[in-house]
Design a protein around this ligand. Structure first.
Ligand SMILES: Cc1ncc(COP(=O)(O)O)c(C=O)c1O
Length: 421
């Protein structure tokens, strides 16, 4: 072991600054402004209480206390900043919001009880009766329900387009179009929309571009940097990463988040402190996890392409994917979900799913555990057969969310399942 001469140690320690914890945290906050994404995912937004805890605390409290009636009044009226009530101000939820906001490059994030609650808050916060949305037709099934059943009832209409067809987006715009909505890559067929081009199109019609970034996470794609106005996540997926909690979040400028927050605090669809704490911890490993998910997914997609029982593979990382070049431009890696059609019909797809031994049959994705889903009868089962047909979701389609198990086990499980067809 190397020994330093004593006077040197003394000299070093005598020159050291003696900072208080608050000063040290302030200095770290400054450092983090320039830190890389993976570092911000671990450190940003953290606060220590007087107990000086290292990991983020769960502030399991519905309300907060004040030293005087005057102090309470000033906080409630917004004259001074402070916590009021956990439906709309909670320190653990705030840490999650600040962390994901900096990762997405937004000024502010608003956390919600689910991805659907985040979307509902975005659209009801910003749109009114008579407004119109142009949406990709390749979006999560419940969002179609939100547009067609709930927003439609309030007089907000939606036109659906092929996300990859720039002309179709342009043609669908009406004088009352107030928002464009895109999920890219889409679930389950990995279709992309050109985010930068759609942002330009939206802005030339004074509309907002809202992007569902669930599949990429901020580690792989930052829609705000490409010109989008609002990004949303179902935190239930990769942000958690272990399938434990349901949550959602919207991210954008202060100005665009204020109406979202105003809707959410009144509707009460807020995130719980416990769920926020799970997501904060999930974010700490997000960068590493996404790299591992993407690496195994690319191997699996290439392998599936070689299998005789497989008709077609949908993965943007394959050179054969029609939008591979766009994926290279707007994403850092290609994501952890691979979909494929087996030769045959629904019975063949179900047989393959049922024959797996390791993979979990479930509708969720983004979990450390690999999952297998039959989209036509589960996640997209509520769509009409016509809408499903238009979206290209066939009965022989299977979606695999590639988890963090050793790659060879995932491949081996699918190999033995496919061999039964
Ligand atoms: C792409 C996508 N967006 C949004 C949602 C809705 O999120 P949540 O289930 O958290 O409400 C989902 C849910 O599966 C999804 O897959």
């Amino acid at each position: 072991m190397m020994m330093y001469p004593l006077p040197l140690i003394c000299k070093v320690s005598c020159n050291m600054e003696n900072l208080s914890l608050t000063q040290r945290q302030q200095r770290q906050k400054e450092f983090l402004k320039k830190a890389a994404l993976g570092t911000r995912a671990i450190r940003s937004g953290s606060v220590s209480s007087v107990e000086q805890e290292h990991n983020d605390a769960i502030y399991a409290t519905s309300s907060f206390i004040y030293g005087s009636a005057q102090e309470a009044a000033s906080c409630f009226s917004g004259v001074t900043e402070g916590n009021i009530y956990s439906r709309f101000t909670n320190p653990t939820v705030r840490t999650f919001e600040q962390r994901i906001a900096t990762m997405e490059g937004g000024e502010r994030a608003v956390a919600a009880s689910s991805g659907m609650a985040a979307l509902t808050s975005i659209f009801l916060g910003h749109l009114k009766q008579g407004d119109h949305i142009v949406s990709s037709r390749s979006i999560f099934g419940s969002i179609v329900g939100l547009f067609d059943n709930i927003l439609a009832k309030l007089g907000i209409t939606t036109t659906y387009v092929n996300p990859a067809d720039d002309q179709a987006w342009q043609a669908a715009i009406k004088p009352n179009t107030k928002a464009l909505f895109l999920e890219s890559p889409s679930n389950p067929l990995a279709e992309l929309g050109d985010i930068a081009a759609l942002a330009k199109l939206a802005h030339s019609h004074h509309a907002l571009l809202v992007v569902d970034n669930c599949f990429c996470t901020p580690i792989l794609q930052n829609p705000l940097a490409l010109g989008a106005d609002i990004v949303m996540h179902s935190a239930t997926k990769y942000l958690d990463g272990q399938g434990r909690c349901v949550g959602g979040v919207a991210i954008g400028s202060e100005e665009l988040m204020e109406p979202v927050f105003a809707f959410l605090r009144t509707a009460g669809t807020s995130m719980s402190p416990f769920n926020a704490w799970v997501f904060i911890n999930g974010l700490e490993t997000l960068s590493l996890r996404m790299q591992a998910h993407c690496s195994s997914a690319l191997r699996l997609a290439r392998w599936l392409q070689q299998q005789p029982q497989v008709e077609r593979v949908y993965y943007t990382g394959l050179e054969s994917h029609p939008q591979h070049q766009l994926a290279r431009r707007q994403q850092r890696l290609f994501g952890g979900v691979v979909s494929f059609e087996v030769k045959g019909d629904q019975a063949a797809a179900w047989r393959c799913i049922d024959e797996t031994r390791l993979l979990s049959i479930t509708g969720n994705f983004g979990d450390a555990k690999s999952t297998v889903t039959h989209p036509a009868t589960t996640t997209h089962g509520k769509m009409t057969a016509t809408a499903r047909g238009l979206a290209g979701i066939k009965d022989n389609l299977i979606r695999v969310s590639v988890g963090l198990e050793d790659y060879q086990d995932i491949e081996q499980d699918l190999a033995q399942a496919l061999s039964k067809l």
